[in-house]
Each structure stands twice: as C-alpha cells, then as structure tokens.
Write a protein that binds this ligand. Structure first.
Ligand code: APR
Length: 313
C-alpha cells in the first residue's frame, strides 16, 4: 500500500506538534510548509533525527513552497497569526482570511482530492472561506474545534469528579468562540449520564470555563495560543478519515438545513470516515440549548457575511 501524504500548512506551534505526533503514529509521510524560510526544514530534520528512539519510519520534510501540497491525502491548515492577550479570535479575521485564500487556491490546483482540516481562527469563518475558495466538496473540508472544545469539557468534568478523562464523553456544539454550547445531558462518565453525578450548577461553571478555555491558555502563555491539545485533536480527525473509522466527532461542518441553518459552517456532531463528513447527526436539544445554539450560529453568520462581502468585492 502506498504511503499516505499529509501536508501541514503552517509549521508553527500547532503544525510542529502535529508533525511530531504524526511521526509517532505513522499515519503517513509528512510535509511541513511555512512561509518562514528554514523553520519548517529545521523542524522536519529535528524530528527525522529522533526517529530511532521514536521507533518510526515516517518521513518528514520541510518546505517553503506551497507546490509541495501537491497530491496530499490530508492537508491540515494552521497557517495564520495566533491570538495574543487582549485579541479576540475575530480580530484575526482579516489577516487570516488572506492567508486561507492563498492556501485554498493552492489546494484547489494541486490537491483537489485531499481531506482538508482547518484549524486557523476564527475557525468557523476560516473553514467556510476555505471551502468557497478551494471549491472542494463540503464533506471534504472541515474545521477542527468541536473535538477540542468537547475534549476541554471532558477534561474539566474528569478533574472535578476525580476520574479518568478518557472515560468522559462530552459534546460541545456551535461556533468556536464564547457562544459555544456545552450540553449537560450529553456528557457521560463511563456510560453514566452526568446529571446522575454532577449538579447543573456545577456543570454550568465548567461550561463557562470551557467557553473561555482558549483565552485562559492565551493569558497564561502570553506569547500565543494553545497548541498541544489543538494538535492532537486535529490528528484525531485525520485518523478518522485515513482509517475510515466512522468516528462520531463534533466538528465545523457545512450545514445544509440541519438545526435550521444553511450555507454556514458550525460545530455539530458528525460521522467521519473515508468519505469525510459522511453524515451530520441531528440531536434533540431542549429549548434553552436550542436558543443557545441559534445565538452561536448567528455569531458565526456575521463573520460569514463579512467573508461573502470580501469575496464578492
Ligand atoms: N503560509 C504558510 N504559513 C504561514 C502563512 C502562509 N501564508 N502565514 C503565516 N504562516 C505561518 C507562520 O509563519 C507560523 O509559523 O503559520 C504559522 C502559525 O504558527 P503559530 O504562529 O505558531 O500559531 P499556532 O499556535 O500554530 O496557531 C495557528 O491555529 O488555533 C489557531 O488561532 C490559532 O490561527 C492560529 C492557528
């Protein structure tokens, strides 16, 4: 079987971490691409030199030429400017849109069969722009946010209850920003519904922390935003696609009427396999949750309108 090719566009904190973990997992050969000359080459060589103790045969190369995206099976896009303290994800909109446009045009030209995972913020708007610019089928262009937001909520629930995080399943929907929606009735701990183990009041505190989790890390790091957990969450999505796992994951997918919205990317549960987003799962929410989701999708819509205007102009 031919080796798979995974292109990481953006070789910064998230891209570099993804490359290291991909080498450990041996999911495919990796090309790290960045506009900064030397840096992707340096990171690639650094990981290559650690392959003996890593016990891996993965080949990692670095490049500053976007043509090296060509023929990729998976492209993970983190290219852009990360948040600094005091900056919202939306402040990044204009700067990162120009970058996504360039990358999207290159993917269209050189890797039209790729599965594209966008990580660059503001996430829901950037993945929307990527799909429009690249013209790839919507099921092959997704945004990484829900896997991370759900993982963060699962982490906080596990910390509160003193249980293992990998026994906690959580679902966080909506846009990747302060309006994201954590669902109380959709958390389970080793199969036990959370309402049997934790009060709604306590859950609401954890839900607020989840919505602010990115900012909490920005404020601690002071020089950038979270990268370890975004990296491993992106890999979970690549793995679902490459191994045709049919994983049930929350990701930013193009809505075509589901949850009452269309032509909008927003975080929803999907089945992810070799076809990309093979199905969007529509779950039953209560009235409060539905209203919160509508508010969150409305916030994304504002950014999408901005992108539509920019693309027409
Ligand atoms: N093409 C390729 N790479 C680019 C381009 C471009 N046009 N413009 C910028 N880059 C690169 C930068 O040189 C940098 O190395 O993107 C990389 C981004 O890496 P970091 O600044 O370390 O940011 P990171 O923490 O990896 O986050 C990347 O993900 O979570 C989001 O908000 C975050 O949008 C940010 C993105």
């Amino acid at each position: 079987m031919a080796r798979k090719k995974i292109a990481l566009v953006g070789a910064g904190q998230i891209g570099g971490t993804i490359a290291l973990v991909l080498a450990q997992k041996q999911l495919g050969d990796v090309v790290l691409i960045d506009v900064v000359e030397g840096m992707p080459q340096g990171k690639a060589l650094d990981i290559m030199e650690g392959r003996l103790p890593l016990n891996t045969g993965t080949i990692i190369t670095g490049s500053s030429d976007f043509n090296d995206i060509a023929g990729s099976d998976v492209v993970i896009v983190t290219a852009g400017v990360p948040r600094k303290p005091g900056m919202t994800r939306d402040d990044l909109l204009s700067i990162n849109f120009d970058i996504i446009k360039k990358v999207g045009e290159m993917i269209k030209k050189t890797a039209p069969n790729a599965f594209v995972i966008v990580v660059t913020n503001p996430l829901d708007a950037m993945v929307y722009a990527m799909q429009k610019v690249s013209g790839l089928p919507p099921e092959k262009v997704v945004g990484m946010a829900g896997v991370l937001d759900s993982s963060r909520l699962a982490c906080f629930v596990a910390m509160e209850l003193g249980v293992s995080a990998d026994d906690v399943q959580a679902t966080v929907l909506g846009g990747h920003g302060p309006t994201m929606v954590s669902l109380y009735n959709f958390v389970s701990v080793g199969g036990i519904p959370l309402p049997q183990l934790m009060s709604k009041e306590k859950f609401d505190e954890l839900s607020v922390r989840t919505a602010e989790a990115g900012t909490e890390i920005v404020n601690l790091l002071k020089t950038g935003s979270a990268y370890y957990s975004p990296a491993v969450c992106s890999i979970r999505m690549a793995e679902a696609y490459l191994l045709d796992k049919k994983s049930v994951l929350t990701c930013a997918a193009l809505l075509t009427g589901q949850y009452g919205f269309k032509d909008l990317y927003c975080g929803v549960p999907v089945v992810m396999g070799a076809g990309g987003v093979e199905k969007i799962l529509e779950i039953q929410m209560n009235d409060e949750e539905k209203a919160a989701f509508a508010k969150s999708a409305g916030a994304v819509k504002e950014l999408v309108d901005w992108i539509d205007a920019k693309m027409k102009g």
